[in-house]
Design a protein. Structure first.
Length: 517
């Protein structure tokens, strides 16, 4: 059931909670706790001060911060000024930060003491009005002027927030992960993002009494829409972790002043590590875990639920659809290894990329999506927008099969397809088979050139436990699970699989490793 009451502008949502549940904790981290009454006030003051600094409607404000309450606060405050909040991965190399800063045309940067030197180094090449600093004391006489974040949220501004953005105006702009090319800025609207809350997060049961524990990186769209906008929309509470670690998650799950944790969102690798390293999960209030951002192997899902007796719901989404496209629901049938059913109100097609015709159940096709959550387009990239959005349909580049009941199973990306002697191999299927083996803790598969076959799959494997990996045994196990042409030509042992913050495999790094080796 679509919860349309959540599709409202940010300022209306915050005003409603400030009046109806003012003392309820909204967000908390290791340093700061903020209630809904406080959040309504601080976002208004921050928006007003940004306007006084010269931020105009439609300007960009870059968030370059580690996970903390101020990220959530800024995500909500910047649109109240009429500007667009842009977020960059705080662990990005300087060249990528420079690209996002320049490409977005940000007029203000909100950063922390840890990243201030990088911002100062890039400021001379950017048209910045100000740098707002969380923590630490801004330096005197530095240009552009540096302002203490704490002063802006504490002191009243001379003018109130504009609160002028319509539901279909761009409010946030997030950059793609760059796994297949240079990161692109994706426009996101309040309607699109809050529609996902109304069609997905609220209907699966996330509500005002929930306490979320979020180890997700807040620069990612999954975290923005669920862990900031979703939490704020329904009036829930959330503890923000600075980063994911098994020990920290296990400790925090026992609860805190805001109450027992009830919902744990994560990406597949997080749940993989939890079930791999913990014998028990002491979480008295935990009733649901959510996985998105990358493909969740059926073997990991089954092991997690068997070990901890907590549902782990998998879904599929991408930045260009304001995150979610499909979801497994907490009630009714679930198909392990699938990413669930399309969200109600969203139209999803599986299309043969060659013929552009819809495929039959069981056949593979590219996922095309049409609905209110689809991005208006890419920032300053009209050709890329026109190629990706055709007659209102967003072409995801992801491949999937649909079973007779409508459940989708992601098989890979069109650009990741490995063609071995004319036979199609999708890395996700091979990875799923490898992850079902006790000796394998993590795995990733890439295609490498072959003189006679065109390409062959090579598997990068993280062994589980001490001692050397028995390559022959792993390959024998693969032969029992896969057609012969899908079995990796060889295994490469690694200490970790390179991934984005959302858990997507950085396959180009692995291909480079094969080429250099």
């Amino acid at each position: 059931m679509l919860r349309t009451e959540y599709i409202r502008p940010v300022h209306e949502i915050l005003a409603g909670h400030a009046a109806g549940r003012p003392d309820r904790t909204a967000f908390v981290d290791d340093v700061r706790t903020i209630t809904y009454a406080e959040l309504s006030g601080t976002t208004a003051r921050l928006a007003g001060h940004l306007q006084e600094a010269g931020v105009e409607r439609g300007d960009r404000v870059l968030l370059y911060l580690n996970n903390r309450v101020e990220v959530a606060e800024s995500y909500l405050a910047v649109p109240r000024s009429g500007a667009v909040a842009v977020c960059v991965n705080p662990a990005s190399p300087v060249t990528e930060v420079e690209h996002v800063l320049g490409d977005s045309g940000a007029r203000v940067v909100i950063t922390d003491a840890e990243h201030l030197d990088v911002v100062r180094g890039l400021a001379s090449g950017a048209d910045l009005l100000a740098v707002v600093v969380v923590g630490g004391v801004p330096a005197e006489g530095v240009e552009p002027r540096e302002i203490a974040y704490a002063d802006l949220v504490a002191a009243p501004a001379a003018q109130g927030p504009r609160d002028c953005l319509g539901l279909d105006d761009t409010a946030w702009m997030l950059y793609t992960s760059g796994t297949t090319g240079r990161p692109k800025g994706v426009y996101l609207t309040q309607r699109g993002c809050f529609w996902v809350v109304a069609a997905c997060w609220a209907p699966i049961g996330i509500g005002p009494d929930d306490v979320l524990l979020s180890p997700l990186p807040l620069f990612h769209s999954y975290a923005l829409v669920l862990c900031v906008l979703g939490v704020a929309a329904v009036g829930a509470s959330e503890r923000i972790l600075p980063r994911f670690s098994v020990d920290d998650v296990a400790e925090r799950l026992t609860g805190g002043p805001e109450g027992d944790v009830t919902v744990l969102p994560g990406v597949p690798t997080m749940f993989h590590y939890l079930v791999d390293r913990l014998e028990t999960l002491d979480a008295p209030g935990l009733r649901m875990c959510i996985s998105a951002g990358a493909i969740l192997a059926a073997a990991v899902n089954e092991r997690f639920e068997a070990a901890f007796s907590v549902p782990l719901l998998d879904g599929y989404g991408i930045t260009e659809t304001s995150t979610m496209v499909t979801m497994n629901w907490p009630t009714g049938e679930r198909v392990m290894g699938s990413c669930g059913l399309p969200l109600p109100g969203l139209t999803v097609r599986l299309v043969d990329p060659a013929t552009l015709r819809d495929v039959l159940p069981g056949e593979e096709g590219e996922i095309w999506v049409q609905g209110p959550n689809v991005t208006p387009g890419y920032h300053h990239l009209p050709d890329a927008t026109a190629a990706a959005i055709v007659d209102g349909w967003y072409r995801t580049g992801d491949l999937a099969r649909r079973d007779g009941h409508g459940y989708l199973r992601i098989s890979g990306r069109t650009k990741e397809l490995i063609i071995r002697g004319g036979e199609n191999i999708y890395p996700a299927e091979v990875e799923d088979a490898l992850l079902g083996m006790d000796a394998v803790a993590d795995a990733a598969v890439v295609g490498v050139p072959h003189e006679h076959l065109g390409e062959v799959p090579v598997a990068f494997v993280v062994p589980r436990g001490p001692g050397p990996l028995d390559h022959d045994a792993v390959l024998a196990g693969a032969r029992q699970r896969l057609s012969s042409f899908k079995v990796p030509a060889r295994l490469v042992e690694v200490g970790a699989i390179p991934r984005t913050g959302s858990g997507k495999i950085l396959r180009f790094r692995l291909r480079d490793q094969v080429a250099s080796g």
